[in-house]
Design a protein around this ligand. Structure first.
Ligand code: HC1
Length: 571
């Protein structure tokens, strides 16, 4: 350990700890606009975290400065404060200061820093940097290069966590821009739309495409029957935007709030998550007993689908052919539900509330028109829903708890846990075990596939037949698995779950922006608590799913399922 002094107070830290983190241990919050501990991103780019170090000839960036024995640091001298103020003014001198209109107004770290420092004027004239236009070429993510402060958090998360390398610094000097190679539009790049960049951007330089206008218009159109589905992971995160701790379930209040917004029916993606499990569980059993590409790999995370399409197309036949719950929902809403309710699907609008930016891309894929129409018309992220609720003056805290509509609102605990990494696997095993053995599963909580380790594996004994499974979350971990698969090291593995976002959908790129480092654990814990509290916890026991097969689909993997619920991906 090393002991140093910061602002006259001694602190002992592990070797390698930065001065910035040592200061945080003392409760001294040195401002920074680029450092991000959870990414281990220490770019030293913004220089806001400079401190005075005894014996040093200049101010030093504390985020890249390792603490050493006997070091004497001062964080708030008049000189440091003046230098920080100048850095901030220089940054703002070529930043479009349109805070009132910016999507990140209120959650912008640059705005917060300016407030913190009481900045009231900018002494420098703008603007030397090259002007780049807004890039709205992607179906999911918008770039506004003018607002970028070059912190490079997005570059780090895209390259090091997701290993996608869609964006990086292009050109030099005043022309520098964080963009895809050759400064091409994002929509033409390898970007998988996971939106992890938007979660870490300190300002409004990269964010989700806003589809709230189209949803408002549909809600206002009396000729349209507008139904909404809510993804598993939204119910434990929406509350964060209304002051509740991460992981607080707000299911009933969310349902009530959606009704107040004017949706004609409020349904649940958890219902089709249960359906996905029945179809995918049967598909796994079919591949295990009758042959087919193994390991089978889950296909419900659209960022992951785009990733495998770009980087490992030769393994596409390993993907489950089951569509994601979002898309199964859309296809059934415009057929099964439309038929029951006597509504012409051309007059129906299906809206999704998703934790995910890539779901916007998924809904627009050409394969997703099984109902004869576009199955899911509009996808809103959790953040967009928050904005709609604010605009409609709906305070979630004041909502009563209401129930989902039937029939597509009934779900089990297995559907709920889809929202956390390992959840799809656990839900599938709960069903596959019983389908294969004909016996009830002895322990329903399959803890071995839970948790936040990047790659997890387990062998589940199905009456003498071990089924070997693996779980990966975050595309960097998925890449590790794919490299093993390529090297022939996963020959005895049967089933793999991959979720594109770290933590699974609870960490989705469309979720509320939250600086709390434990946020993913707390959200996942909320999901598992929900599952534990439910009477029905196995997808195949969902009475609404049983009824769906009886009245409409026939049997799992049957002809109708094949047409509406499955798809294929061609290299
Ligand atoms: Fe997900 Fe899924 S769990 S992909 O993480 O399979 O987005 O929540 O809706 O479709 O159900 C996301 C979450 C979501 C789908 C389901």
């Amino acid at each position: 350990a090393v002991t140093l002094t910061i602002d006259g107070r001694p602190v002992t830290v592990e070797p390698g700890t930065t001065v910035l983190d040592a200061a945080r241990q003392l409760g001294i919050a040195i401002p920074t606009l680029c450092y991000l501990k959870q990414l281990n991103h220490r770019a030293g780019a913004c220089r806001m975290c400079i401190v005075e170090v005894e014996g040093a000839r200049t101010y030093l960036a504390s985020c890249t400065l390792p603490a050493t024995e006997g070091m004497v640091v001062r964080t708030g001298t008049p000189g440091v404060r003046e230098a920080r103020r100048m850095i901030l003014e220089l940054m703002l001198s070529d930043h479009p200061n349109e805070c009132l209109l910016c999507i990140r107004s209120g959650s912008c770290e640059l705005q917060a820093a300016a407030n913190l420092m009481g900045l009231r004027e900018i002494r420098f004239q703008r603007m030397s940097r090259t002007l780049y236009k807004k890039d709205d070429s992607s179906p999911a993510i918008i770039r506004e290069p003018q607002k970028c402060i070059y912190c490079r958090r997005c570059v780090t998360v895209c390259a090091e966590v997701q290993t996608v390398h869609a964006i990086g610094p292009q050109l030099r000097g005043f022309a520098t821009v964080i963009a895809p190679p050759y400064n091409l539009p994002l929509g033409d790049s390898v970007c998988v739309h996971c939106g992890q960049c938007a979660l870490v951007c300190p300002v409004g330089a990269i964010y989700e495409r806003d589809d709230t206008g189209a949803v408002w218009a549909a809600l206002a159109d009396p000729a349209k029957h507008v139904v909404v589905q809510t993804a598993p992971a939204t119910r434990v995160t929406l509350g964060e935007a209304f002051g509740l701790p991460p992981g607080t379930p707000v299911t009933g209040k969310m349902v009530a709030a959606l009704r107040r917004l004017g949706f004609d029916r409020v349904f649940d993606t958890d219902f089709t998550a249960d359906l996905t499990i029945v179809e995918e569980g049967n598909e796994l059993i079919h591949r295990l007993t009758k042959g087919g590409p193994l390991p089978m790999i889950t296909s419900c995370s659209p960022g992951w689908i785009k990733f495998i399409e770009h980087f490992y197309p030769e393994f596409l036949p390993h993907l489950s052919t089951a569509k994601s719950p979002q898309q199964m929902f859309g296809a059934l809403a415009k057929t099964y539900y439309a038929e029951q309710a006597g509504i012409d699907p051309k007059d129906m609008v299906v809206v999704s509330i998703m934790p995910c930016t890539a779901k916007k891309f998924e809904a627009g894929r050409p394969e997703m028109n099984a109902s004869g129409y576009r199955d899911v018309d509009m996808v809103l992220t959790t953040r967009e829903l928050v904005r709609m609720l604010h605009e409609a003056c709906i305070d979630l805290n004041n909502m009563p708890d209401e129930e989902y509509d039937r029939p597509m609102g009934l779900s089990t605990g297995a559907g709920a846990i889809f929202g956390a990494t390992g959840g799809v696997m656990e839900a599938a095993l709960r069903t596959a075990y019983e389908l294969l053995t004909g016996k009830p599963l002895p322990g329903i909580d399959i803890e071995v596939v839970r948790g936040l380790d990047g790659v997890r594996q387990a062998a589940i004994d199905l009456e003498g037949n071990p089924v070997r499974v693996m779980v990966a979350h975050g595309l960097g971990h998925a890449r590790m698995l794919m490299e093993k698969l390529k090297a022939g090291e996963l020959k005895d593995c049967h089933f793999i779950e991959v979720m594109a976002c770290p933590g699974g959908c609870i960490g989705g790129g469309g979720q509320p922006i939250c600086a709390n480092p434990d946020v993913r654990q707390r959200r996942a814990a909320g999901i598992y608590r929900l599952d534990k509290g439910m009477k029905l916890r196995k997808s195949h026991e969902n009475p609404a799913i049983i009824e769906l097969y009886e009245r409409f689909l026939g049997e799992p993997l049957g002809e109708k399922s094949h047409k509406l619920l499955h798809t294929s991906y061609t290299p």
